[in-house]
Design a protein around this ligand. Sequence first.
Ligand SMILES: Nc1ncnc2c1ncn2[C@@H]1O[C@H](COP(=O)(O)OP(=O)(O)O)[C@@H](O)[C@H]1O
Ligand SMILES: [Mg+2]
Length: 306
Amino acid sequence: MRGDKMIEVNHLSFAYDPAEPVLSDICFQAGRGETIGLIGANGAGKSTFLRMLVGLELSFEGEILIAGERLEKKNLDQVRSRIGYVFQDSDSQLFMTTVEEDVAFAPRNYGFPEEEVRRRVDMALEKVHIEHLRGKSIYKLSGGEKKRAAIATILSMDPEVILMDEPSAALDPKNRRNLIHVINGLEGTRIIASHDLDFIRDTCERTVLLSEGRIIYDGPSQKVLQDRELLEAHNLELPLSLMHVITHTHDGSTHTHMFVHEHAAEHGKDHGTGHGADHGTGHEAMHQADHGTGHETEHGASGIDD
Ligand SMILES: Nc1ncnc2c1ncn2[C@@H]1O[C@H](COP(=O)(O)OP(=O)(O)O)[C@@H](O)[C@H]1O
Ligand SMILES: [Mg+2]
């Protein structure tokens, strides 16, 4: 184990088809307990990067170290036992009949005594707040419950690294909010791939921006998530929670002003609480007045579709 690095990626390049590089010369490190957002437009390489970290694609150039252990075919099982990977699609992760059976599957398969399996199942269900669903059939779960059950199936192995691919996709606002609380309550190094920048803003202090397989930015979330110019240059948009569109009419024409929270920096530490509450604190106008163009939709005109 080199220092406190949980993940170390050196000059990683990868292509499914040699003619089309998907990841190019990625250098990245993650410390113990860090929560890191991985953002980028569709096709940027987010899912591919997560798949590489968990050893699902081994034909890469460069090196990947997990807790100082080089990721390669011969130690795949050992490296993988430290990593929990939450699929984008929960249905692909859940394959047993009940929640309890699914959450018990990995520790049971690993060979833990039944008492230890039970202890791990209890712990995992509690961490995602679904103790009450333990006996429930998987097919009867809602989307949000499935996502939490899928997370529980990896928590039962007590992973040091948790990778999540688009965890908020297809969740309604309440389940999305619940999931933010769950993620913020977990331990371990977390990497969350998402194009839902509001979700990243509520869960990650650090963000990596991928574009066409390259790291464009790696630093504080609060900085990149309010950098409209940079986000737009890479086909992303400001988090909706940072946008306030105000439309008003005077002198016969309608103006639309877009505002950005000036104090977004404070949000970084404020995990899990509703950011929507502090309207009216120092806004900075972005000079977006669309003179004379009539009505613009208010609040989140650009809706992120998840
Ligand atoms: N299994 C695959 N075979 C071939 N190409 C793929 C495969 N998966 C993804 N790609 C391509 O790799 C690129 C990155 O995809 P992906 O990692 O899924 O991006 P993201 O998750 O950021 O949307 C895209 O051009 C995509 O078409
Ligand atoms: Mg993806």
